[in-house]
Design a protein around this ligand. Structure first.
Ligand SMILES: C[S@@+](CC[C@H](N)C(=O)[O-])C[C@H]1O[C@@H](n2cnc3c(N)ncnc32)[C@H](O)[C@@H]1O
Length: 198
């Protein structure tokens, strides 16, 4: 099959990788939620060879992810697994979880569900990194984010930019503490948490 391609991944992958090199250098196994095309996975897994990068997404996206992983043939990318946050989760733990550009696509109930399930897959000492566009203090951080939010909601009313504070509240309920909130290019953010027990 022709590999799916998201141009944004080429634009944002190196700035995200810079954050991941800081947070994931000592991690062994990461679960990526909503891998999309699989482009991020091959870029990040190649740069972090000591980290097993477990892609996941809803079933329909798995063939595309597989085509990126197969072509790259990296030793640290196991086959992608089906994971819809509303459904069954892996019955095992990871010392890292990553997700990019997913929280504004999921409905808020799905975002809540995702954070509620995280304690079941996070190791005792684990990190979570989430990338995407967020509001801060209940406000858009740019005109372009406001326009993006309006565009999302007009097509799918359950979608839309989330507040950093609301997401952090879910993370705290899941036993995580925010360790970094980094402003990223194009008015995005990278949020990093670690388990309180870790
Ligand atoms: C905008 S894409 C981002 C893909 C990729 N992470 C990236 O940054 O290019 C949003 C992704 O979230 C996934 N997604 C949406 N709802 C989901 C759910 N309920 N459970 C798991 N993944 C979901 C979609 O399948 C899609 O891959």
């Amino acid at each position: 099959m022709e590999k799916p391609y998201a141009p944004a991944c080429d634009r944002n992958r190196d700035s995200i990788l810079a954050v991941l090199l800081g947070h994931f250098a000592d991690r062994r196994e990461v679960l990526e939620i909503g891998s999309g095309t699989g482009q991020h996975a091959v870029h990040f897994a190649a740069a972090l060879p000591g980290l097993a990068w477990q892609c996941s997404d809803r079933e329909a996206n798995l063939p595309g992810i597989r085509s990126w992983l197969d072509e790259a043939a990296l030793p640290n990318t196991p086959p992608p697994i089906a994971l819809d946050v509303n459904g069954a989760w892996p019955a095992r733990r990871y010392d890292a979880v990553f997700s990019a550009n997913t929280l504004h696509i999921m409905g808020w109930a799905e975002v809540e569900r995702m954070f509620a399930r995280l304690p079941d897959v996070l190791a005792r000492d684990a990190k979570l990194v989430v990338y995407g566009p967020f509001n801060v203090g209940g406000r858009f951080t740019s005109e372009s984010n406001a326009a993006f939010d309006a565009q999302l909601r007009s097509k799918a009313p359950h979608q839309g930019l989330r507040d950093v504070e609301a997401v952090d509240a879910l993370a705290r309920s899941a036993g995580l503490v925010l360790v970094e909130d980094r402003a990223m290019p194009a008015n995005n953010r990278c949020l990093a948490w670690r388990t309180v027990a870790g």
